[in-house]
Design a protein around this ligand. Structure first.
Ligand SMILES: [Zn+2]
Length: 74
């Protein structure tokens, strides 16, 4: 059975948190750089989901918390 995994990743270049369904290559929506998923360290994966809605909700929450804790930082 084909199962898509929704990975919540942080871009190793610019730090943008985003959703990726790619298995091999991560492409950043912000800085447009690509990086191969060789390990969880090469592209930091915060969490994985099988449900796209859950993943999107997680990102929204994560960004809210981050925005609060890093207020004025970015
Ligand atoms: Zn980036």
């Amino acid at each position: 059975m084909f199962m898509l995994t929704y990975k919540v990743c942080r871009c190793p270049y610019c730090g943008t948190v985003q959703l990726s369904t790619a298995k091999k290559t991560f492409k950043c929506v912000r800085c447009n750089k690509t990086r191969v998923f060789t390990s969880k360290l090469s592209v930091p994966v915060i969490k994985e989901f099988v449900n796209s809605r859950h993943a999107t909700e997680f990102i929204l929450k994560y960004k809210k918390v981050k925005a609060k804790s890093l207020d004025g930082f970015n």
